[in-house]
Design a binder for this molecule. Structure first.
Ligand SMILES: NC(=O)c1ccc[n+]([C@@H]2O[C@H](COP(=O)([O-])OP(=O)(O)OC[C@H]3O[C@@H](n4cnc5c(N)ncnc54)[C@H](OP(=O)(O)O)[C@@H]3O)[C@@H](O)[C@H]2O)c1
Length: 413
């Protein structure tokens, strides 16, 4: 990974590890070093742990490109990271964010295929929410000419995860049926679009009611998340469904398994149910854990069911799957160029508005993806609200519930 500041030790593995936050956020930058803005998570917890601060600008190491960031993706996972609601959390302070896009500003040795000025998008093992990032070329992809930065920041994580679950794990093919939770969200909409590239797929989507008018055309059947969706789906398809994509976990795991047809595949890829309040709740964690159906392999054998799990970030950064991901990305970019898929962007936010953006996901308000637009100025209401130029480790108490709800800022195509 890139060195940031003179006393940074070089990391050789692309891993999410306990030290992933050590890169420089609390290190004084040398007075002659160039600086950049970055979002910093000072510690796990509520929104008041987030701030924008100045950091030393990274320089590319061997095999890395330096990207002047234009936009970053904000994912539900970032909310879980903020709360410390993840396995083996890295140390804080850290710069959050797993994906961004921008323009290559300089290149290290051994970065064949990339040149200064290239428009690129990249996966990051944290550190994406900054004006400048450095990352190994294994995780960098060129953007199509017609793709806008806001779209690029909404593309990688959601479409690669959706594609790999549908096509690599569950082997989606003509005539199958798919159940997807959080259908109005970024992954949910990527799943819906990819399903539409295969003939005769029935998509059962579940989402909060207010989203239905906006997303009803993207799925075959849509249910309110508060209804008994098992009964509703069985009324339409008494045999159940071929594929269940479960990002909720907890009680939904058992319900979803009961819906699987013989030879059907259930994939767990998230644990949104663990998020309840603003900070991590041990009760929600325990409840979710307790409610998960205990899987008996003999029962699976008798019922002809497949259970799988999928984590794109672990595949990329812990399990060396970047070449496979690159081949998937090439297929996805081809689908984009054929105009068969296009990321749905919910809204754009300045770095300084990161708290409000995160609150929007927490409040289930988003339809599609939230983007941090690095060049956007905060709206006057938000200005100075979360900008913090002091050292990242310092704590500042802020009153709870200071996140005024904000009108959705539509993305203009
Ligand atoms: N395994 C992987 O590789 C991978 C990759 C990307 C994302 N994910 C997972 O996929 C899921 C969706 O991620 P995303 O980034 O696309 O988010 P998202 O769906 O765009 O946004 C969150 C949506 O989730 C729903 N939701 C469900 N439980 C919630 C809760 N407890 N609190 C707030 N909202 C809740 C809400 O929609 P409704 O109210 O309409 O249900 C909300 O609008 C997450 O669980 C994420 O961790 C996994």
């Amino acid at each position: 990974m890139a060195k940031e500041g003179a006393d940074m030790t070089e990391e050789t593995e692309y891993m999410i590890d306990r030290n992933a936050g050590k890169e420089g956020v609390s290190v004084e930058s040398p007075s002659n070093a160039k600086e950049m803005r970055a979002v910093v998570l000072a510690g796990f917890g509520g929104l008041n742990k987030l701030r924008v601060t100045k950091k030393a600008m990274p320089e590319p190491q061997n095999g890395e490109v330096k990207i002047r960031v234009k936009a970053c993706g904000l994912n539900f996972l970032d909310l879980m990271v903020r709360q410390g609601n993840i396995d083996n959390p890295p140390k804080t302070p850290l710069v959050p964010g797993f994906e961004c896009c921008g323009i290559v500003e300089s290149v290290g040795e051994n970065t064949q295929g990339f040149e200064i000025g290239d428009r690129v998008m990249a996966f990051m093992n944290y550190n994406a929410w900054a004006e400048v990032v450095c990352t190994p070329v294994d995780f960098v992809y060129k953007m199509p000419d017609e793709m806008m930065f806001a779209e690029a920041a909404a593309f990688s994580l959601n479409f690669v995860a959706a594609y790999m679950m549908l096509f690599e794990v569950a082997k989606l093919r003509e005539g199958m049926s798919v159940l997807v939770h959080s259908a109005g969200g970024a992954v949910g909409q990527a799943v819906a679009q990819l399903c539409s590239t295969v003939p005769n797929i029935t998509v059962f989507g579940i989402a909060s009611c207010f989203k239905h008018a906006s997303i009803k055309d993207s799925v075959t059947h849509l249910f309110d998340r508060n209804t008994d969706y098992i009964q509703e789906i069985k009324k339409i398809s008494p045999d159940g469904v071929d594929i269940v994509l479960d990002c909720l976990c907890g009680e939904n795991t058992g319900k979803s398994l009961s819906l699987l047809k013989p030879l059907g595949t259930y994939i767990l890829y998230g644990a949104s149910n663990m998020v309840t309040g603003e900070t991590r709740s041990f009760f929600s964690f325990a409840k979710s854990w307790w409610q998960v159906e205990k899987v008996n392999p003999i029962k699976l054998y008798e019922e002809n069911k497949v259970i799988a799990g999928f984590s794109l970030l672990n595949l990329l950064f812990k399990q060396g799957g970047y070449n496979l991901v690159k081949s998937v990305m090439n297929k996805l970019l081809s689908l984009y160029e054929q105009k068969k898929i296009r990321p749905l962007v919910d809204s754009l936010w300045a770095l300084e508005e990161v708290k409000e953006a995160m609150q929007r996901i927490h409040d289930r308000g988003n339809i599609g993806k939230l983007i941090l637009d690095v060049e956007k100025s905060p709206t006057p209401l938000m200005a100075n609200d979360s900008t913090e130029t002091s050292e990242a480790g310092e704590e500042e108490e802020e009153p709870e519930g200071d996140n005024d709800s904000k009108e959705r800022m539509p993305f203009i195509h």
